[in-house]
Design a protein around this ligand. Structure first.
Ligand code: BG6
Ligand code: MG
Length: 219
């Protein structure tokens, strides 16, 4: 039975979640809206547009469409200033080793990210060549927790959704994978990602025996 792997990007492959947090926090504070780490968890995996809607809602604030566009652009500008400093050092531990292993063993690999900056980041850290298919925020109409991004990945790889193993660090992403009956693997805090089928603190924890369990798991 053919299995495939779909990786989220931010917070799974690269340590960019901290850059999104810093840029959103600055934006929120410029509007006098307080922004906590736990609110940030709710923005993980969520598209840029939806994230700003959520922040405005938390602050009970409404702004003109023009200001909305301006704020999204300045958030992205600040975020990209961090991204432009990225190197291979920003790849999360164990990720490249796993990608090398998967490439040698041939199960197909896709990227399924909400980010419109995904290709730029993969190029920046030199990982683009590992992915047979890349689906990012430019190609989907519905943001996670809608499973569109992962379903497109499956389509491009030619696998059944139930045969896709999805690595995610966000609640929205785990919900998306589960909604499409995919095998969901939470990377990060198990208490936050409790809906996942499997949980690992990070990829260095994913030892060969657990990897076999993942590959052989059926939903
Ligand atoms: C997700 C991140 O991967 O991409 C979110 O977890 C981010 O925090 C979203 O808002 C959109 O990213 P970008 O790069 O298009 O602003
Ligand atoms: Mg993520």
């Amino acid at each position: 039975m053919k299995k495939a792997f779909i990786f989220d990007l931010d917070g799974v492959i690269v340590d960019t979640a901290k850059f999104h947090f810093l840029a959103w926090k600055n934006l929120a504070e410029s509007l006098d809206i307080s922004f906590s780490k736990s609110q940030n968890e709710e923005l993980k995996g969520v598209s840029r547009v939806e994230s700003l809607h959520k922040i405005l809602k938390w602050g009970n604030t409404s702004i003109s469409d023009e200001k909305f566009e301006k704020l999204m652009a300045s958030k992205n500008e600040e975020y990209l200033a961090y991204v432009n400093q990225m190197t291979k050092e920003d790849i999360l531990p164990g990720v490249e080793e796993l990608l090398v292993y998967l490439k040698e063993n041939k199960p197909p690999i896709a990227l399924g990210s909400a980010s419109k900056n995904a290709r730029r980041i993969l190029d920046k850290v030199g990982l683009a060549a590992y992915f047979e298919a890349i689906v990012d925020g430019n190609e989907v109409a519905k943001a996670k927790p809608n499973p569109e991004v992962f379903l497109k990945g499956c389509e491009l790889l030619g696998v059944e959704p139930s045969h896709a193993i999805v690595f995610e660090d966000s609640v929205a992403g785990i919900e998306a994978a589960n909604a499409a009956n995919m095998i969901s693997v939470g990377i990060g805090d198990k208490r936050i990602l409790s809906e996942a089928d499997f949980n690992f603190e990070g990829f260095t924890e994913l030892k060969p025996d657990q990897f076999e369990i993942l590959i052989n798991f059926n939903k």
